[in-house]
Write a protein of this length. Structure first.
Length: 254
């Protein structure tokens, strides 16, 4: 499937840092998005429990990561996504098989009305679920790599103006960066070379954009978590409620 040009409409907004509820996988309504966060520094016994949820092929992929943090992030993200999907669909985790679509975006072939996307950075993995296509991006804030050439490569002139005039330009950088990443993941297009040709400002905006999705209207919500992470989630305008959950262990670690 090749991307096709759409007139995309995006509404972006900055929301307050959310309150996270203890993890209970409740029914996912059509007008809701559920966002889960999972710490990467899990006890070894929990990590071992999660690894058992992976297929032989997934375990092989995990073993190829050179760095322990990357390996653990893959195991936690893959296993927790499986367990949450199983709870939403009321099936066994062993029945959850992911397939990879265009540009590496995973999906669930057995159920086309449950969509998910995940992102990891720093000490966290985030997984978003909804009844329609969506994208999530999480970034740990670190400003020591931001250069003028990077800014000009990634951001529209109107965004650059906001960043440079802000009292906290690093925070503005990550706000716009996560918005663009989340939007690209929602549309299924992946990273493009035209990041500086569209905007994700705090308002409605329209532009022509290549997409693998037939949806043209998008809602972007952004927030900062603990002043150390920037988060953006991109959905269709239909979901009018995002619920925030802390993932809790399946096993008793006491």
């Amino acid at each position: 499937m090749k991307p096709f040009l759409n007139l995309a409409t995006i509404n972006c907004e900055q929301i307050p840092s959310p309150i996270w509820s203890p993890g209970t996988c409740s029914k996912l309504h059509s007008k809701e998005v559920h966002l889960w966060r999972i710490r990467l520094n899990l006890p070894l016994v929990e990590l071992s429990h999660l690894e058992k949820k992976l297929t032989a092929k997934e375990k092989m992929k995990a073993s190829k990561y050179l760095h322990e943090r990357d390996r653990n992030s893959f195991i936690i993200g893959q296993a927790c996504t499986k367990m949450l999907v199983a709870q939403y669909l009321n099936i066994e985790a062993s029945q959850v098989i992911f397939q990879i679509g265009m540009n590496g975006k995973p999906y669930i072939p057995i159920h086309h009305k449950l969509h998910f996307n995940l992102s990891h950075s720093g000490e966290w993995v985030f997984i978003a679920f909804g009844s329609q296509e969506l994208g999530i991006d999480l970034e740990k804030i670190a400003g020591n790599f931001i250069t003028d050439s990077l800014l000009e490569q990634c951001f529209h002139s109107n965004e650059l103006k906001v960043i440079k005039e802000s009292y906290d330009p690093i925070a503005e950088f990550y706000k716009f960066w996560t918005r663009k990443e989340a939007f690209l993941k929602a549309t299924g297009i992946g990273i493009v070379e035209t990041l500086n040709q569209f905007t994700c400002l705090d308002q409605y905006q329209e532009f022509m954009f290549p997409s693998l999705s037939n949806k043209t209207n998008w809602q972007l919500r952004s927030f900062f978590m603990d002043q150390s992470y920037a988060v953006s989630i991109c959905t269709s305008p239909l979901p009018n409620r995002v619920r925030f959950f802390d993932y809790e262990s399946e096993i008793d670690l006491t």
